[in-house]
Design a protein around this ligand. Structure first.
Ligand code: AMP
Length: 291
């Protein structure tokens, strides 16, 4: 596995791969690899000839400097995992290379970026994400880029950006990888105390409760589960996966457990509409989890 740290070298490497007729896959990450990252790398390994994994803790998307400071970093371990999974290039540029003195441009996707995570973390968060992903697309020139459903709003922002700016890249989204108790894997999970770690399972339990609820307002079932786990959500909502506006089948939740802020989501699908069934006058439709 090659480790590349400069942008010209990355661009040159991708040019060479393209000339050789090799398709390029990109998995953008902030490191501290877990099963979620590994699943993206495995899919990308199967789906592309030249596999590039970027490792860059992007300061521009952190609204809280303490969160940036505390973000787990272990490049040696990450490099070992990437190598084991057959990654060709670990692209790990320093912040000064990505944001040199005088850097001023921004790529932003207003609307989708302003609600939920954008509202909680501030307008700069998704601008930081879309700007760095646009830059990575220009640095790596991937045919396919892989993202996790875990960050559903990020997926919506990046899909919109790629479409609106005509990036010649296909966006692949892979399911959320979870711990046995349902907690979505996250680099931040290592910061949970044992007691917080137990309570954190309430997030996915709440999403399941919403997905399985039969009452008129399924969110109430989710709120009850969160309360049982001593979790006060920043938001729990059902939104459209593309616009991130209510209403819709994507159930999203965010909450801080102690000092650690976690997010999760699940996509639900109505088993049958009253119309298609033609019978149930109350429209008592069940919602089923699809992941
Ligand atoms: P991060 O390093 O946290 O920026 O994540 C890098 C990529 O991994 C993003 O596309 C995330 O959505 C994805 N990811 C993070 N956690 C998971 C998970 N539990 N399952 C699947 N993908 C994930």
């Amino acid at each position: 596995m090659k480790v590349i740290r400069t942008i010209p070298e990355m661009q040159e490497h991708s040019r060479g791969a393209r000339v050789a007729g090799r398709t390029i896959g990109l998995v953008p990450t902030m490191g501290a690899f877990h099963g979620g990252h590994e699943s993206l790398m495995r899919a990308a390994r199967l789906g592309s000839d030249e596999l590039v994994v970027s490792l860059f803790v992007n300061p521009a998307q952190f609204n809280d400097p303490r969160d940036l400071e505390a973000y787990p970093r272990d490049e040696r371990r990450d490099a070992m995992i990437a190598e084991r999974l057959g990654v060709d290039v670990l692209f790990a540029p320093p912040a000064e290379a990505v944001y040199p003195a005088g850097f001023a441009a921004t790529v932003s996707v207003p609307g989708i970026s302003d609600v939920l995570e954008g509202a909680k973390r501030g307008p700069g968060h998704f601008a930081g994400v879309s700007t760095v992903v646009a830059k990575l697309f220009n640095m790596v020139a991937p045919d396919v880029a892989y993202f996790g459903q875990k960050d559903a709003q990020q997926v919506a922002v990046i899909r919109r950006m790629a479409r609106d700016l005509d990036f010649p890249v296909r966006i692949e989204v892979l399911p959320t990888i979870r711990e046995p108790d349902g907690l979505a894997m996250s680099s931040r999970n290592v910061r949970l105390s044992p007691e917080e770690r137990r309570r954190a399972a309430g997030l996915s339990a709440a999403l399941r409760a919403v997905a399985e609820a039969t009452e008129e307002d399924p969110l109430r079932a989710g709120l009850a589960v969160l309360a049982e786990h001593g979790i006060t959500p920043e938001y729990l909502a059902m939104v459209d996966p593309d616009t991130v506006q209510e209403p819709g089948p994507l159930v999203v939740v965010a909450a801080s457990i102690g000092d650690t802020r976690l997010i999760d989501n699940v996509l639900i699908k109505r088993a049958a509409t009253p119309d298609r069934r033609g019978a149930d006058p109350k429209g008592a439709v069940r919602v089923l989890p699809t992941q």
